[in-house]
Design a binder for this molecule. Structure first.
Ligand SMILES: Nc1ncnc2c1ncn2[C@@H]1O[C@H](COP(=O)(O)OP(=O)(O)O)[C@@H](O)[C@H]1O
Ligand SMILES: [Mg+2]
Length: 223
């Protein structure tokens, strides 16, 4: 998925959060977004997801204005907050992966992915009984099995253990090598495990820097 962000500004009421953000990604790029709490990272992802309507500036997916975009099922998303999650129906992890699949996925693939994320034993558990970290891993498995064109991840490993985190980053790298465009908000301390191609740093004063990979090492020193 090719993405063009052009002079994007966003405010909640009178509170401006994003001001004149512009950058472009080609299909298969891997963008890491970082910045302090409150710098607008999640807000920006919600603009990309169509949850925050774009009124000032423009976002294009494959040259199509996001306001006309319809192919939302080509996007995968793992959100930052799972503690607030409460599913209406008492479904199991297995059912969650089934009902939200965009294509037919072999049960053996599903079981392997669950096993690699360390939650195979939760297959038949009601998802409302899972801890935040377990649920997050279930959603990560779901986002990876669907192989989207664009995978958007908001601090996806915040509440999972190191082993699952390592597996997850490897799986994301693998998806990216298959051509999936990846946008991930993450903490500074995990950035070294990521095979990113671009780095967007968002600041609380709404300034930003956007660097391609060869410039990222320079940024490491300054942040
Ligand atoms: N739904 C909302 N309504 C009003 N203000 C919000 C809302 N969501 C986030 N904010 C505010 O917008 C700013 C950016 O938040 P957020 O995008 O969550 O930052 P980050 O993800 O970088 O920590 C913060 O000041 C936050 O309080
Ligand atoms: Mg956030």
């Amino acid at each position: 998925m090719q993405i063009d962000v052009h002079n994007l500004s966003f405010a909640y009421g009178h509170k401006s959060v994003i001001s004149n953000l512009s950058f472009s990604l080609s299909s298969g790029d891997y963008l890491v977004i970082r910045g302090k709490n409150g710098s607008g990272k999640s807000t920006f992802l919600k603009c990309l997801l169509g949850m925050n309507p774009v009124k000032n500036g423009m976002i294009f997916y494959n040259h199509e204005d996001i306001n006309n975009f319809k192919d939302w099922t080509s996007l995968g998303y793992v959100s930052q907050k799972f503690e607030e999650f409460n599913y209406e129906f008492p479904i199991t992890v297995n059912e969650l992966l089934n009902i939200s699949s965009l294509k037919v996925i072999k049960q053996s693939h599903r079981l392997r992915a669950l096993d690699q994320m360390g939650i195979l034993d939760l297959l038949n558990q009601n998802i409302n009984n899972l801890s935040g970290g377990e649920l997050q891993r279930a959603f990560i498995v779901r986002s990876m099995l669907n192989v989207p064109k664009l995978l958007i991840l908001d601090e996806p490993t915040a509440s999972i253990d190191k082993l699952s985190t390592d597996y997850f980053y490897k799986a994301v790298n693998q998806l990216n090598l298959q051509g999936v465009t990846v946008i991930i908000v993450t903490h500074n301390d995990t950035i070294e495990f990521l095979n990113y191609s671009h780095l967007l740093t968002m600041n609380n004063d709404m300034t930003f820097t956007f660097l391609t990979k060869d410039r990222c090492k320079i940024a490491e020193v300054n942040i």
